[in-house]
Design a protein around this ligand. Structure first.
Ligand SMILES: [Zn+2]
Length: 154
């Protein structure tokens, strides 16, 4: 089994901005600027899809929404939506920077392509960033490139 996904937003993949690139595996760092010993380097774990804040976000696949929380601990402005694929339960997905817009207690099943969330404005946290939602996907707990699972190019 495998998984095909729909882009959660159809405005393309985030290119390079002041904070990095939206491609899978792009270099990232976190930690105190100016204190190089404190900076941690890592690779971007997902793909960033450009949004207009406030727009509908589409469910990437037929999925169970299992959890809704915060993308950043202690910051309730940005949501984190956890999904499990219905067609292939080996695949789990996380979508950041969107507010869940469905009713009822979780888990809730949402169809592929259904508008189920609203894009938030990441510029409130990172000046100069291209507004986007972040999608990361794991198969049996191992990160995969969401771009390789897209049914159509964006
Ligand atoms: Zn990202």
């Amino acid at each position: 089994m495998s998984l095909k996904i729909i882009a959660p937003s159809a405005l393309g993949i985030r290119g390079i901005d002041a904070h990095g690139s939206g491609e899978f595996g792009a270099p990232r760092s976190r930690g105190s600027a100016g204190a190089s010993w404190a900076v941690q380097r890592y690779e971007h774990k997902g793909v960033d899809f450009i949004v207009v804040p406030g727009q509908n976000i589409l469910c990437p696949c037929d999925a169970w929404v299992t959890r809704y929380g915060q993308a950043y601990v202690g910051d309730d402005r940005f949501g984190s939506i956890h999904l499990d694929s219905v067609d292939d339960p080996d695949f789990s997905l996380k979508l950041f920077y969107a507010q869940l817009r469905i009713d009822g207690a979780l888990p809730v099943r949402v169809g592929a392509g259904a508008p189920f969330a609203m894009a938030q404005d990441l510029r409130q946290k990172y000046s100069g960033i291209i507004p986007h939602v972040h999608l990361e996907i794991r198969r049996l707990g191992v990160l995969v490139d969401p771009g390789s699972l897209l049914a159509e190019a964006v």
